[in-house]
Design a binder for this molecule. Structure first.
Ligand SMILES: Cc1ncc(COP(=O)(O)O)c(C=O)c1O
Length: 442
């Protein structure tokens, strides 16, 4: 089936969304406040979410395997989260001072993540990575930052480098060039950002040793989630830990997505202890949130009681009472049994996708860990950003739109996740829809 046919089917099902989009175009550039959720011809407008499902403005029901880009680990409107948020909201939304829930949530996170000796809250993962980068610079007195090609760490300038570069312009695989991901990123950012190739420890060590004394921090998403959930090869994260320690570089694990994979996040799963960790998404119960923390001697630059290197960290809504209440209620639901269920759902889904792809002889594969997965439209051995480029660039979009028409929501590029609101029957519903979508391709 062509993309045009799929889009026409989508348009026929979403007339109210189209009207809303036309209205939005008059008041917002592209009718939109969030680049990642936009797609042609227009996104569907969501009016309600409950459990594993969402409903759009035309009343259509869809199974949600996007989960607001992996944030909603309990599904939509989980009763205990709704109760905690409502209870707090009736007593006030946000205050010009700290609240009890903030201390409790900080306690839960620092207990679950031993490397996070202390933590501070922000309103987004972007602010969390921005502050972690700043902390690394303050602590080391150095100015450069290293990141991986294909890694996404939010929307502040310092990480908008080589997120999704054109491979033809990105230099050699072993020494990738720093390329701006967006207009408006100044050259000085590119000069201060070193880009590394994922899963190539030798190449990384060489680059880090070359720039070592100038590099303040290395920021690492341990799953390289936004380049396709490309798991680190055995020993890779350990090598990064060893070289950063030797060169005095602050190792930052960006666990905004990967915290989902275990009570202690990916660092617990892989057994590597970073200096700093950034969090977001699941820790806010569905509300805007972020957090950063780690070694006390680094984080102490944020201690407002003074000191030479003090970093100012304001934020009108940092650790607001409602978000903290929602986050705390969410964490309380995340018991060992809950993680076992998420793991089983993720396994079932990945195994089912694998079976469907091989039955339909499709040039594709699935990656992931725990409740997370990514469907790749290439047969190449996946190791880094470059190997994960789809062979047919339009195929992820055809799959995404095809699934929407079948009543299932994924993300445009192939990222998906299971939530605790799901059952095995929901996963099977996904698999049946997926089989129908790929069946229409052949
Ligand atoms: C790994 C990673 N880091 C940081 C961010 C930024 O988080 P936020 O969208 O809350 O600013 C994201 C968002 O998707 C992410 O996936």
């Amino acid at each position: 089936m062509t993309l045009e046919t799929i889009v026409n089917d989508y348009k026929a099902k979403t007339s109210r969304s189209r009207q809303m989009y036309e209205e939005a175009l008059r008041v917002m550039p592209g009718g939109n406040s969030r680049t990642t959720t936009f797609f042609d011809p227009y996104p569907f407008y969501i009016t309600r979410g409950q459990g594993a499902r969402i409903w759009d403005a035309d009343g259509a029901e869809r199974l949600d395997f996007n989960g607001n880009y992996t944030s909603l680990i309990l599904g939509h409107a989980h009763p205990s989260v709704v109760e905690a948020i409502t209870e707090q909201a009736t007593r006030g939304m946000s205050f010009p001072g700290p609240s009890e829930h903030e201390v409790k949530l900080a306690g839960v996170l620092t207990t679950r993540i031993p490397s996070m000796e202390v933590v501070r809250f922000t309103n987004s993962g972007t602010e969390a990575t921005m502050n972690a980068v700043r902390a690394a610079r303050a602590f080391t007195g150095r100015s450069k930052i290293a990141k991986f090609e294909g890694a996404y760490h939010g929307t502040h300038d310092w990480v908008l480098v080589s997120v999704s570069p054109d491979v033809d312009k990105a230099g050699s695989r072993k020494r990738p060039k720093s390329l701006a991901y967006s207009s408006g990123v100044p050259d000085t950012v590119l000069k201060h950002t070193i880009v590394l190739p994922w899963n190539d420890a030798e190449a990384c060590v060489k680059i880090l040793e070359k720039h070592g004394s100038d590099i303040a921090g290395l920021i690492v998403d341990p799953l390289l989630a936004n380049a396709g959930m490309l798991l680190p090869q055995p020993g890779f994260l350990e090598r990064l830990r060893e070289v950063t320690e030797r060169l005095g570089i602050v190792l930052i694990f960006d666990e905004v997505i990967s915290f989902r994979v275990a009570p202690g996040g990916a660092q617990a799963r892989f057994g590597v202890r970073p200096d700093l960790t950034t969090l977001g998404k699941i820790i806010g119960g569905g509300l805007a949130v972020g957090a950063f923390g780690g070694r006390a001697e680094v984080m102490n630059y944020y201690d407002p009681r003074g000191g030479k290197g003090r970093i100012s960290h304001g934020g009108t809504f940092n650790a607001n009472a409602v978000t903290m209440a929602g986050g705390l209620a969410t964490m309380q639901e995340l018991t060992p049994e809950a993680y076992a269920k998420l793991e089983a759902l993720g396994e079932r889904l990945r195994a089912g996708v694998k079976r469907a792809l091989s039955k339909a002889k499709q040039p594709a594969q699935v990656t992931g860990l725990g409740s997370l997965f990514w469907i790749h439209w290439t047969k190449k051995r996946l190791s880094d950003y470059r190997s994960s480029r789809p062979a047919d660039a339009e195929r992820p979009l055809r799959t995404f739109m095809g699934l929407l028409n079948e009543g299932v929501v994924l993300s445009q590029r192939g990222l998906g996740c299971c939530s605790l609101a799901m059952t095995e029957a929901d996963v099977d519903q996904f698999l049946a829809a997926f089989e129908r979508v790929i069946g229409k391709e052949s």
